[in-house]
Design a protein around this ligand. Sequence first.
Ligand SMILES: C[S@@+](CC[C@H](N)C(=O)[O-])C[C@H]1O[C@@H](n2cnc3c(N)ncnc32)[C@H](O)[C@@H]1O
Length: 395
Amino acid sequence: MSEELLHDLRLHRTQEERAKQNFVKELRSYVLNDMADAMRKRYEDRIKPAFEAITGHPPEDGMDVHKVMKEDAFFKFYSSFRYNAQEMVWRSVMPTLERNIDILKERAAELGEREIGGTLRLDPDLEVPRNVTEIDVHLAPGGYHSETVSDDLTAGALYDNGLQVFSFGLMGRNLDDIGWSMAQYVRNKYPHFKPERILDAGCGVGHNSLPWAESFPQAEVHAVDVAAPLLRYAHARAQSLGIPVHFAQMDATKLQFEDESFDLVFSSMFLHELSLKQIRSFIAEARRVLKPGGLLLNMELPPNNQMDPYDSFYLDWDCYYNNEPYYKGFRDQDYKELCVQAGFDPEHYVQFISPQYTYMKPEEYRAAIGVEGAIDRNTGRLANGIQWFGFGAWK
Ligand SMILES: C[S@@+](CC[C@H](N)C(=O)[O-])C[C@H]1O[C@@H](n2cnc3c(N)ncnc32)[C@H](O)[C@@H]1O
């Protein structure tokens, strides 16, 4: 796994910055693999039996597990460690960015001139919704939208460089394994489906938008987000990688596209950052802009109603301790019901698990998705053996 970002917005890091970032990666891997495994064992061996002895029944859901774990010294230790490691992710990359703000802007301007075919459309009048402006989501200072200089791309650079540290090698060479896994799932599972217009909603810096353009080269790919600094970065990054994508600043709950204008609407790691009202509006909007026969596909965290109580508790950690207040509210939903409420036919609901495409040979991937995978403790959990969860519906 390369330690460097593989595009021209890569910034020079001093030896000390590299060392700090590598330390944080290792620390996070230790917390999310080793400490997490030890904590689960402690729960199975001691905490769960103690709960059963008192109540006469096992914990019924993640809330039950959280209630008892909150009293446990190891859980407190784990949470403090994980919270601090999260803050260290951002702190470890910020000095590099602060030193390079002007260089970043210059490079983005140069990359914007390249004849790749991609575009960037910002909307200075857009009202950025409160789920973005009021929260520093996952403790990232300034959140997604803050700007301190003209044409600022720092929030995008923070996200890209931060994710490289945060994901400790589990999200692909270009931090794009989710996009590749979802696009290749669709390509291999539905070989007759040939989308001509694809939309990625809540695209961030476009990590998972570009694999759609690469997997379906005949398609016109659009990607929208509310945060201008992310989109400036996304556009420059796509230009650098030579992949044409049309980025636009837009609220995905109020899409500025015609009815029935897309074959595929995709989102990744997006819904769990929205209020329930916004989730409902987005799914209804996605259905509106889909052509008949089109597909809505969301890569997301798996739902609580399909996981055992401990795994529900474990995944919902971010809701309580990582500034992701909508996380559990989303995971508590019945995903099929969300699609049906937005007008999709329940018969046309789809749900699946995908292994990590960019870590396998294509033929191994094809064989793996031929077998219907079940949700297990590795689904959506950032740790060795992770697999991705997808759901949506055909219109
Ligand atoms: C966790 S990031 C996911 C980014 C990207 N999809 C990925 O997989 O890397 C969530 C993104 O949703 C965006 N977002 C939040 N609310 C939005 C809305 N109402 N419309 C469009 N984008 C929104 C945020 O700005 C952020 O970039």
